[in-house]
Design a protein around this ligand. Structure first.
Ligand code: ADP
Ligand code: MG
Length: 689
């Protein structure tokens, strides 16, 4: 048997990118901005940072930072690269994502989300710790990637100016030193009292889409290099008729492949945790009905909010003789490459944000993928040999798909990024050099929203202290506002729990075959006032249960107990654990900010008033027909069937989010008194009726 390290070394050498290592390093030396385009799986994300480290780009205690649009990618890739480099994760190779930092002083290759690097810029505007920033998966064009590119352009300018000044003064250029260097360098700390000399910031933009032109143009004609990939033929199959239920269709297809096709793992694209868990359940229930010899199939989920220790499971080979079915969100489209896939099942849909600047409402919609996405997805079946892709829609539907996805910046609420830009001292948002400008209306609407939340002054400057505090919290502005206000309403304890629970997907777990039981279980927690308090009840009940057990019990024991408790109560254990993580992190944040953490005890009226004071932009009034009118947008909406207020239908409510499926559904709803709106948000409601 080969040693693992040697096997890994051979794998690394066989990647398409390995053949061009030297050339790539040369190009990075010679170009301050470089665009690297290469097919998914060619080795860009895992290999390039290691090449740069080896070539000495981390000398002088500098880091190579690699940004990813998704936290799962940052985490799993960092783990892989640590393994490949033979180092412990969190040492030389680490990652940092919201609520989870695995880096230390000796970290040199740092994977992180693009959103996190934006936040780092708040503390260190010239990103002085980095010699190279790699913006990975740029083709995804998330709103954070787009804003980050604009910001990096500024940082690059600032840093080359400072480098030139220094070069003029000292007649020596840091950068030339770097170029002469070819070996692995020991990091040496800067001497005390020395002016911080900053080498120019090198920027590498990596993309899986073949069209490098827009990036090149944006960076003044930056050079682009292509890395040849390796792709085996993939047979694509369509359905003859449109499917009405793609979850059901996906399940049927999984079993068809399992029973009729040669060995090989299956990758299924679904839209989110809820769907993934529902398919997991369906497959689990159906497997025992197969003939004995055919039950050799296992499912593994992978999605953004999956706890990181579980994410790695998707990469592990299935037990001998078993077929692995990976149930993934579009994270598996280009961000992570899982070995062994031979079949792809593609329902052709994706969950995407959509923003209507006229109404100011952002919603999550399930929409058709673009052609480019469909091609990326099918390509995943042909990485290691010929494969098959089953598109769960007709060929005519494929022809009708848009060529590529609209960049997120054109279809999302901009409040979050505008707040960040303001905090970075960039006041002229409309004049900011965006790669693709969001509409003026969207910018104005978001500015207005931030003003209404108190984050901006009438001159649209960051307000103090509210705006500053809000910018510091790694949360959506409205959640940050709720936390800040709740310390005045004496219910920060409660709001911390509510915000943590709202930050994760589906706390309740409703198996299809046990719907009645699940409903009864939920009743134990449900509050007549609404979903927010219900969520708090769940969180606290679990806490009480854990505390009532042995306080000294081991971590494993606690974990086991919690799992059992969740199962009995139809609570999603994964989500609840995630929420508890988020809770402890935000708690640290608000403590550091000096907010007063207090509880309102039994007096939930205070908590609801605080919700009204913060979520007043998401208030809705009942109409005679039992539907609701959202007050800020005049949109007609309905309470989602999973809400505890679905039947009660109170007159006036606030909601957390709008989800559009076949209806406009509002989720996470709490009853409020309409008079509170004029009392607590007079700047918005006094001028209206
Ligand atoms: P790219 O960024 O060009 O899409 P990657 O660098 O992500 O490519 O992947 C290169 C190779 O590394 C792939 O063939 C993939 O199978 C392998 N790989 C990546 N992550 C892991 C992992 N966690 N476990 C095993 N193999 C991995
Ligand atoms: Mg990659």
């Amino acid at each position: 048997m080969k040693f693992l390290r040697q096997k890994i070394l051979e794998q690394r050498k066989s990647l398409p990118i390995a053949a061009v290592e030297k050339r790539l390093v040369e190009e990075v030396r010679n170009n301050h901005t470089l665009i690297i385009v290469g097919e998914t799986g060619s080795g860009k994300t895992t290999q390039l940072p290691q090449y740069l480290f080896k070539a000495g780009f981390c000398r002088d205690v500098k880091l190579v930072g690699v940004t990813q649009p998704r936290r799962v990618a940052a985490v799993t890739v960092a783990k892989r690269v640590a393994e490949e480099s033979g180092v412990q994760l969190g040492q030389r190779v680490g990652y940092s994502v919201r609520f989870d930092d695995m880096t230390c002083g000796s970290t040199r290759i740092k994977y992180m989300t693009d959103g996190l690097l934006l936040r780092e810029a708040l503390l260190d505007p010239r990103l002085s710790r980095y010699s190279v920033i790699v913006v990975d998966e740029a083709h995804e064009r998330t709103v954070h990637t787009d804003v980050l590119l604009g910001l990096l352009k500024n940082v690059q300018k600032a840093r080359s100016q400072s480098a030139n000044e220094l070069a003029g003064r000292a007649n020596s250029n840091n950068d030339t030193n770097l170029e002469k260097d070819n070996g692995v360098q020991m990091a040496s700390p800067p001497k005390q009292g020395q002016v911080a000399k900053l080498p120019p910031l090198r920027l590498i933009i990596m993309s899986a889409s073949l069209d490098a032109r827009i990036f090149s143009e944006y960076f003044g004609g930056a050079k682009a290099v292509h890395v040849q990939g390796r792709q085996f033929p993939v047979d694509v199959f369509y359905t003859l008729h449109a499917e009405t239920d793609y979850v059901e269709a996906a399940m049927v297809t999984i079993f068809q492949i399992h029973l009729e096709e040669a060995p090989g793992d299956i990758l299924v694209f679904l839209t989110g945790q809820e769907e993934i868990e529902s398919v997991e359940g369906l497959v689990r229930d159906k497997l025992p009905q197969l003939p004995e010899g055919n039950r050799n199939m296992v499912t593994v989920p992978i999605y953004a909010s999956l706890p990181s220790e579980q994410q790695m499971k998707a990469f592990m080979p299935a037990p001998d003789g078993f077929r692995k079915v990976i149930l993934a969100t579009n994270i598996a489209e280009t961000s992570v490459t899982i070995p062994g896939i031979k079949y792809v099942v593609d329902p052709g849909v994706v969950k995407a944000r959509n923003y209507n600047p006229r109404t100011g409402i952002e919603s999550l919609n399930i929409i058709p993928t673009s052609k480019a996405q469909a091609l990326q997805r099918s390509g995943r079946a042909g990485r290691e040999g010929p494969g098959k892709c089953f598109r769960l829609y007709t060929e005519r539907e494929f022809e009708k798909l848009a060529d590529s996805t609209v960049p997120e910046i054109k279809r999302c609420n901009l409040s979050n990024v505008i707040l960040q830009l303001k905090a970075l001292g960039i006041d002229d948002i409309i004049g900011f050099d965006f790669m693709e400008k969001p509409s003026r209306m969207a910018i104005v609407k978001s500015l207005e929203e931030l003003f209404l939340l108190g984050a901006l002054t009438e001159e649209y400057k960051l307000s103090d202290p509210i705006g500053n505090q809000m910018a510091k919290l790694p949360l959506d502005p409205i959640y940050s506002k709720a936390l800040i206000l709740s310390s005045q309403f004496n219910c920060l304890e409660e709001m911390l729990i509510a915000v943590s629970m709202l930050s994760v997907e589906s706390i309740f777990f409703t198996p299809r075959e046990k719907q009645e039981e699940a409903r009864t279980a939920v009743k134990r927690f449900s509050s007549p006032e609404g979903d927010h308090i219900t969520l708090i009840n769940v969180y606290r009940s679990c806490d009480e249960f854990l505390e009532s057990g042995n306080a000294n019990s081991s971590k494993e024991k606690t974990f086991k107990n919690m799992k059992k408790w969740c199962k009995e109560n139809f609570v999603n254990g994964r989500s609840l654990r995630h929420a508890r993580d988020v809770h402890s992190q935000i708690r640290d944040h608000v403590k550091q900010m000096g907010l007063r953490i207090a509880s309102c005890g039994e007096d939930m009226l205070l908590f609801r008033r605080c919700l009204a004071a913060s979520f007043f932009l998401n208030a809705a009034l009942k109409q005679p027909d039992g539907t609701y009118r959202a007050l800020a947008s005049s949109q007609m909406v309905q309470i989602h069937p999973t809400s505890v207020l679905f039947r009660a239908k109170p007159d006036c409510i606030i909601f957390n989010e709008l989800v559009r499926t076949n209806q406009n559904y509002i989720r996470d709803v709490t009853r409020i008194d309409p008079m509170w709106l004029t009392e607590l948000a007079p700047h918005f409601y006094a001028r209206q009726d």
